[in-house]
Design a protein around this ligand. Structure first.
Ligand code: ATR
Length: 278
């Protein structure tokens, strides 16, 4: 009997996840024979669920909220991106029985911004809103693009400071590039690119930032996505943004990075993105 290669996404909630659709489209497009399921994760049994999946011969897992940190914790090896984020969105099995943690969120975001939308990050002033899991997941990838400045601004300033400090501990040479401030300290500052990595959008709201925070013809990017323009995309559109993007492109690109890790093939993401935008 031929057993089809098994992949899955685990999270809680999980019913809404578009990952099975995206990976099925990648597989069809590239002629790869695989199955990709959803698994409803349990906080009490997450580790066992992951171990059982791989013990049954599973070849790769995507991890979504709220298990990304835990997934990184249970892995025996980790990529630089996963370590920087202290979180994993992709797990692969090691030949010795352990697990390797990857984090493709940052590379997915960069691919969407720089490659798909032709937006330069190098030498630009970047504002990263939020200092939670989503922000720390993309920080290293943003820094690697060599922006002129990267300010992390958070409602709770101490968390922005802590995230900046953690980065500077690992990369002391970035002291003039990276810093953390409170949202209430943004008054005289303006940026070429503003990235919303807060979870405010879940409540259909946005972080409170000054009117002139975005430079004329700047770019806003919301990690959140929805069928309609998100509140932050709308903020960009009404504040002179040249481009205002939601996070659907990043979702497809982070999936493509995982697909590449698993299958060694790069799918055409634009076809899939267009069909999701429908
Ligand atoms: P995630 O994994 O989505 O990043 P998280 O780790 O809980 O979730 O972090 C949520 C982030 O969104 C935090 O930076 C949070 O700010 P605080 O640290 O001050 O809580 C930010 N956030 C959530 N709602 C917000 C709002 N209405 N305005 C501004 N920031 C908000």
């Amino acid at each position: 009997m031929v057993i089809t290669d098994q992949y899955a996404v685990i999270g809680n909630p999980i019913a809404h996840s578009k990952s099975p659709l995206i990976h099925a489209a990648f597989a069809t497009q590239t002629g790869q024979n695989l199955e990709y399921q959803r698994i409803l994760g349990s906080t009490e049994n997450f580790t066992t669920q992951v171990q059982e999946f791989f013990a049954r011969g599973g070849l790769g897992l995507n991890i979504t909220l709220p298990f990304k940190h835990l997934a990184w914790n249970i892995a025996t090896q980790s990529s630089a991106n996963a370590n920087a984020a202290t979180a994993a969105n992709t797990l692969t099995p090691c030949p010795d029985g352990g697990l390797i943690a990857h984090n493709t969120d940052g590379p997915g975001l960069i691919r969407d911004i720089v490659h798909n939308n032709h937006i330069e990050i190098a030498q630009r002033k970047i504002l990263l809103l939020g200092a939670g899991g989503a922000a720390s997941g993309i920080l290293l990838s943003l820094i690697q693009q060599n922006p002129k400045q990267l300010i992390i601004a958070n409602r709770t300033q101490a968390k922005a400071n802590a995230l900046a400090q953690r980065t500077l501990t690992n990369h002391p040479e970035l002291v003039n590039m990276v810093s953390g401030i409170g949202l209430d300290q943004l008054h005289d500052l303006s940026f070429d690119i503003i990235i919303n990595a807060t979870s405010a959008g879940i409540n259909d709201t946005i972080p409170v930032i000054p009117e002139h925070c975005l430079k004329p013809h700047g770019v806003v990017y919301d990690l959140l996505y929805a069928d309609q323009p998100t509140q932050f995309v709308k903020w960009g559109q009404t504040h002179g943004a040249r481009i205002a993007l939601d996070g659907l492109g990043m979702l497809v690109e982070q999936a493509a990075e995982a697909f590449y890790i698993w299958r060694g093939v790069r799918p055409n993401t634009q076809v899939v993105l267009r069909s999701l935008r429908g």
